[in-house]
Design a protein around this ligand. Structure first.
Ligand SMILES: Cc1cc2nc3c(=O)[nH]c(=O)nc-3n(C[C@H](O)[C@H](O)[C@H](O)COP(=O)(O)OP(=O)(O)OC[C@H]3O[C@@H](n4cnc5c(N)ncnc54)[C@H](O)[C@@H]3O)c2cc1C
Length: 343
């Protein structure tokens, strides 16, 4: 019988410089990218036989490599956007894990399909959106995810998770917790809207509410991109992984104690017993805005972002993050947890 197996290209001692937006020059013992699910299944079988440790990455826009990676880094080049069904209300679209997320958002906006426009211009690939439950300007991707197609690392078996099984939370999912590292996302199926539905409560987007005519998805996408470009560092110009910490959620009692000392503390009510405090405000109150440590620094326009100012080492970034956490805890008694994935 003809051997149908494909040759696997393995790159050894591979620099991950172009695969992490912090711009850290760390190495992977092995690096493999693949273009199909069949290829992935074959690669996993080989890596299991070789007893290799595996890390699957997307664009590396939420990773902090703390050192070289001893094992195999996998990357998906499965790129497609496929229209599954469409009726007068709903458009179901399936996208390959390696598709650039913003290419997906651009295509939806162009075709007047609603739901992803507020999430425009978030760096990264489609596969990671389901791991991270990305969010911006009042929308989280869980609101448009219908299914997540995966391959189980241990067996190579296909498993489709319905959205309800993904245990989505704030920048969180089952894939970051109970099933961390156990499944590789190969495609995500999105349920979008054929009729205009908008989320315009965030600051500058509220301007759209004052218009006489309903905005298009494209107009909102353009506004979101303009806001992001004015506030966030462009990964190609200044290395970062976006928000370094999650916004802490505190009890209503803790919030009242804080508000008694700081009348201007910004907050968002989560429910009757919990309040979310912007981590950026806590960090700024501790005087960190624009401060530097080695090659790393706190972004002047947004103190929630740690940037690679000049040839930062992983240690520079980790030490700076630790100092920030410590000072916020000492001043406010509030622990900060990283949003960034430490590797
Ligand atoms: C400037 C900037 C702005 C940002 N703004 C936002 C924002 O507004 N909102 C927001 O939510 N995030 C934001 N981020 C963070 C980041 O863009 C998201 O977390 C994004 O989803 C990461 O995608 P990625 O492809 O780069 O994944 P990576 O960073 O490479 O990986 C993230 C995690 O997903 C896992 N993973 C990746 N692909 C797969 C796969 N196919 N199968 C299994 N596991 C996988 C990785 O192991 C890792 O645990 C920002 C980042 C930057 C640099």
């Amino acid at each position: 019988m003809k051997d149908k197996s494909m040759p696997i290209t393995i790159q050894h001692q591979y620099s991950l410089l172009k695969h992490n937006t912090f711009g850290l020059d760390v190495k992977a013992e092995q690096f493999i990218s693949y273009k199909s699910v069949d290829e992935l299944v074959e690669i996993l079988a080989k890596l299991r036989r070789d007893g290799q440790r595996i890390l699957h990455i997307g664009s590396g826009s939420n990773l902090l490599f703390t050192r070289d990676f001893e094992g195999t880094v996998l990357h998906s080049d499965i790129r497609f956007i496929e229209y599954v069904s469409r009726d007068s209300r709903e458009v179901v679209v399936r996208a390959g894990s390696g598709t650039i997320w913003d290419d997906f958002c651009a295509e939806m906006a162009r075709n007047n399909i609603y739901g992803s426009e507020n999430l425009s211009y978030i760096p990264g690939e489609v596969g990671a959106t389901a791991i991270q439950n990305i969010g911006a300007y009042g929308v989280e991707v869980e609101s448009i995810i219908r299914e997540v197609e995966t391959i189980e690392v241990a067996t190579g078996r296909r498993r489709v998770f319905q959205a309800a099984e993904c245990e989505f939370g704030y920048r969180d999912s089952i894939f970051k917790n109970r099933l961390k590292g156990l499944y590789i996302v190969t495609a995500v199926v999105f349920s979008l809207s054929a009729i205009p539905v908008f989320h315009l409560d965030y600051g500058p987007l509220q301007e759209f509410k004052k218009l006489d005519v309903a905005p298009t998805a494209q107009a909102i996408r353009d506004a979101v991109i303009a806001i992001r470009q004015s506030k966030l560092p462009e990964p190609t110009e200044l290395g970062s992984a976006g928000s370094f910490f999650k916004n802490p959620v505190v009890s209503i009692e803790a919030y009242h104690q804080l508000a008694a000392r700081y009348t201007d503390v910004p907050h968002y009510v989560v429910d009757e017993s919990q309040v979310k405090i912007p981590a950026a405000w806590l960090i700024e109150q501790c005087g960190w805005k624009g401060k530097r440590h080695g090659g790393a620094g706190v972004y002047e326009k947004q103190p929630l972002i740690i940037v690679n100012v000049h040839q930062a080492s992983p240690a520079d970034i980790m030490e700076l993050a630790d100092m920030i956490r410590q000072s916020v805890f000492e001043k406010f008694n509030i622990p900060l947890n990283p949003e960034v994935n430490y590797i």
